[in-house]
Write a protein that binds this ligand. Structure first.
Ligand SMILES: Nc1ncnc2c1ncn2[C@@H]1O[C@H](COP(=O)(O)OP(=O)(O)O)[C@@H](O)[C@H]1O
Ligand SMILES: O=P(O)(O)OC[C@H]1O[C@](O)(COP(=O)(O)O)[C@@H](O)[C@@H]1O
Ligand SMILES: [Mg+2]
Length: 558
């Protein structure tokens, strides 16, 4: 549990009711439809027996989360479900329909068509005998009852932010999923990212239109940064009569999706807002990994191979490859681990230094002496703190992301200068920058399968009336994750984790860490783990307090 979680006792609303997905949700919570301070409690159809829900407020919400109060359900043994919003949270009287998948010949052999409403997926799977069961997310998949009739649905899809392999596959599978599984015929593509909602024409999408697009890189819808104007976007959604919005994009995009959801809810619209997380940098938290990441790592191998061939063919050859990773070095780390030809991997999370004992130059010299060549992989965000003040950029892109200087060029120059001036040694450095090549390719086979699952999960979720969620893989299972969990922080390589140790032992590079730093960091980690444990018990205690005698009576009357 995050330390920024703080219980808000006044917003606690108890809800105990046996769930039956076949029945219309019973609403037993207080709701305030006109204001944004709704105390969210899930539709009873989505709560398992014996669980209760509790409204929580976050002390520090990331931008785009407005007044949203996380929807928390607690159970025995420290079980916590971070649930996603549902349309019935603010539109309690929505009718339900039986899921058309029941009549779909493709699914007729499936033993169990529908995901059990009680199915949730744990965030932590490594546990001890006495560990509380911890945080869970709702399992994704088709539900027995849906909240939209097929011909009522008017869906739209938008792609935002930087490119990533697999965008077209996700678009294709949303269209085909809606069309073939749910009989939805009206699907629009929004042209060129968020601003396309109000500044461009739309693109009608059918299975025929999207049939072959997964074989192409990029996004057939186009993308952009900036241009998020919430009221214009929601006006456009309302004016066009759109009632399902599929938003594919990274952390910035999901923040944008979160404020769209807030505005839709404030206006009381029957519009499901579903996110599909996209990030080549793999910097979105909670999920196992992002789609396109494997493809990018695979594509990076080509650049690393080229660097290796160049380096080993010439005396004192150094092959330097710059890979993407603004704040997170996952691509560089995985590409290095996959390649085995890399002697040094530099990422934003692991500060390094150039000169002196244990520094980069000393290590390069050692590699050249021992092997006659070496390969270095550097993530674009690595070593930014080493650039001189004049080199450090204050510029931002249209979305407000910091624009980085080319660390690859900078470090190439530094290495050349050092060996020429200080060692009077001739080195041959070849700098390869495949940045855009690794994200402009079509997704590989495993990413295609992953994209399909993410897209279909999003479709099942929206049809089932869930909203304000991102579809994501958690411990190998498809889940629905509330937006705030995706946007509140960035996923980063933890250099005190075993994965980074594996990398260090594979490259034999220096850690650039002194013993004291390691101890300090471990202390910090332990303190964090303790704090997390404390927060989880706090959540459960306040839940028990909130239940009190009234809740007990409700339980016994079930
Ligand atoms: N805090 C935010 N609130 C609303 N919209 C945002 C926010 N941050 C980014 N966006 C919008 O999301 C879109 C994509 O963001 P960007 O950071 O460029 O890419 P990514 O989603 O891949 O991280 C842009 O159109 C941007 O305007
Ligand atoms: O030149 P662009 O399109 O701004 O993209 C460059 C940036 O995009 C990224 O791939 C990440 O982009 P997103 O945040 O859109 O996922 C970074 O690694 C890189 O710095
Ligand atoms: Mg981003």
């Amino acid at each position: 549990m995050d330390s920024i979680f703080s219980a808000n006792h006044s917003s606690i609303s108890c809800l105990k009711s046996r769930f039956l997905e076949t029945s219309k949700p019973e609403i037993s919570t207080s709701r305030n439809f006109s204001s944004s301070s709704i105390s969210f409690s899930g539709p009873t159809s989505d709560l398992g027996a014996g669980f209760s829900s509790i409204g929580f407020s976050r002390g520090a919400m990331s931008s785009g989360n407005g007044n949203y109060k996380p929807k928390i359900v607690t159970g025995d043994y420290g079980y916590v479900l971070e649930d996603v919003p549902h349309l019935t949270d603010y539109l309690p009287d929505l009718p339900t329909y039986s899921n058309p998948l029941q009549d779909n010949p493709a699914y007729s052999v499936v033993k169990q068509y529908f995901v059990h409403v009680d199915d949730t997926v744990p965030q932590k799977i490594v546990v001890h005998k006495d560990s509380p069961r911890g945080i869970h997310f709702r399992r994704a998949g088709p539900r027995q009852r849906v909240y939209f009739e097929s011909d009522e649905v008017h869906a739209c899809i938008v792609t935002c932010g930087g490119l990533c392999p697999g965008l077209n596959t996700v678009i294709r599978e949303i269209v085909c999923g809606l069309y073939h599984m749910y009989g939805v015929k009206r699907i629009l593509g929004i042209d060129g990212g968020y601003r396309g909602f109000y500044a461009r024409n739309t693109i009608p999408l059918t299975p025929k239109v999207v049939n072959d697009i997964h074989k192409r890189g990029g996004t057939i819808l186009g993308t952009s940064r900036g241009g998020h104007d919430t009221s214009k976007i929601v006006d456009s959604i309302q004016d066009r009569g759109i009632n399902q919005v599929y938003i594919i994009g990274g952390d910035g995009t999901q923040k944008g999706a979160s404020v769209i959801f807030e505005e839709v809810r404030r206006r009381g619209l029957k519009v499901a807002v579903a996110g599909i997380p996209k990030t080549i940098d793999n910097d979105i938290p909670v999920i196992d990994k992002s789609f396109g990441f494997d493809t990018a790592v695979e594509e990076a191998q080509r650049a690393i191979n080229a660097a290796h061939v160049e380096a080993e063919s010439i005396e004192n050859g150094i092959g330097l490859v710059k890979l993407m990773g603004r704040y997170s070095g996952f691509i560089a780390m995985h590409a290095t681990l996959a390649s085995r030809d890399v002697d040094c991997c530099l990422i934003p999370e692991s500060p390094f230094y150039l000169e002196g004992e244990g520094g980069l130059f000393e290590y390069i010299e050692k590699c050249l002496k021992e092997n006659g060549h070496m390969v270095i992989v550097i993530a674009e965000g690595a070593g930014q703190e080493l650039l001189t003040e004049t080199m450090q950029s204050t510029q931002q892109d249209a979305s407000g992301n910091k624009l980085l200087q080319d660390v690859g060029l900078w470090i190439s120059q530094k290495i050349k200068d050092f060996f020429a001036k200080k060692r009077k040694m001739t080195i041959n450095l070849k700098y390869i920058d495949p940045t855009y090549m690794i994200r402009a390719v079509p997704s590989n086979a495993s990413d295609n399968v992953y994209c399909t699952l993410l897209a279909q999960s999003a479709v099942h979720g929206a049809m089932a009336g869930y909203t304000g969620f991102t579809s994501g893989l958690v411990n190998g299972r498809q889940t629905y994750i509330p937006f705030h969990r995706i946007t509140e922080k960035q996923n980063k390589v933890v250099i005190t984790d075993r994965m980074w140790a594996r990398l260090l032992s594979s490259t034999n590079q220096p850690s650039f860490w002194c013993h004291k730093d390691v101890i300090e960091d471990k202390k910090e980690d332990n303190a964090k783990i303790k704090e997390e444990g404390k927060q989880e018990s706090l959540l459960i205690d306040s839940k028990k307090q909130a239940d009190g005698p009234v809740a007990k009576k409700e339980v016994s009357s079930m």
